[in-house]
Ligand binder design. Structure first.
Ligand SMILES: Cc1cc2nc3c(=O)[nH]c(=O)nc-3n(C[C@H](O)[C@H](O)[C@H](O)COP(=O)(O)O)c2cc1C
Length: 225
């Protein structure tokens, strides 16, 4: 598959056919994905391949509180789970909000679910002393997760990087026996998508790229004198 086509069409697949995704195909996908970059090339990733029903149910249960909050904040016009602006939605409202089913069901229905973890003992987190939420550590694991989705796409499979369940990480770690120094990064349902999207909605370049400094003139394709 053409690289640019893969980049343009690798979407968040949440509905899957009944076609299985056997270990052999999964092995090949991971064998492609392992060439992802990580800080210092430490490759701290670990992948737990989950097919067991009870484990999936435990993960779905762990996803529910965060999904309710996500849905409630979305309804209130907020950017759900952002770490800068405190939510205006109270706990009781969140509790009685029905979570959007598509945030919960893929983990129960997908042919296979990957729980992707990272060993924090080997991850450089250069922003760990800053007064904001940590972002750098994630950069040593999400390119790998994205590579899995790109490789899956090349095989006609698809899935989603999901993170809501991680808000209840202790539950997931207990269900899977993950040790304390390892973080859960994403729960990724994978399978053959019911339909393949070809047009993803994304902002155009001049909306997010500027020249020289924050607030500078938008980057356009025209060459400036
Ligand atoms: C860091 C990250 C976290 C995400 N968490 C979730 C999640 O918890 N649940 C979910 O259904 N989708 C999750 N997504 C998927 C996004 O919603 C999806 O990538 C985005 O809406 C674009 O979808 P599209 O490629 O189909 O256009 C996550 C994506 C990223 C990159």
């Amino acid at each position: 598959m053409d690289l640019y086509e893969a980049m343009r069409t690798t979407f968040a697949a949440r509905e899957f056919t009944d076609e299985p995704l056997p270990d052999a195909a999964l092995f090949e996908i991971l064998d492609r994905a392992r060439f992802a970059p990580s800080g210092g090339n430490r490759q701290g990733w670990h992948v737990i391949v989950v097919r067991d029903r009870a484990t999936r149910e435990a993960v779905a249960k762990a996803t529910l509180p965060a999904a309710k909050r996500y849905t409630a904040q979305g309804k209130a016009g907020e950017n759900p789970w952002n770490s800068v602006e405190p939510t205006s939605v109270d706990a009781a409202t969140i509790e009685r909000t029905e979570a959007n089913a598509r945030l919960i069901e893929p983990v129960l229905r997908a042919p296979v679910v990957l729980v992707i973890c990272v060993d924090l003992k080997v991850v450089a987190a250069t922003d760990q002393y800053l007064d904001r939420v940590g972002i750098i550590a994630g950069a040593s694991i999400y390119p790998f997760a994205w590579n899995i989705l790109l490789a899956a796409r090349a095989h006609g499979f698809g899935g989603t990087i999901t993170t809501l369940a991680v808000s209840e990480e202790p539950q997931i770690k207990a269900a899977l026996g993950v040790p304390p120094h390892v973080a859960v990064c994403t729960v990724m349902p994978l399978g053959r998508p019911v339909k393949q999207l070809t047009k993803l909605r994304r902002r155009p370049v001049p909306e997010f790229a500027v020249r020289e400094r924050w607030g500078g003139s938008p980057l356009t394709a025209e060459v400036r004198a």
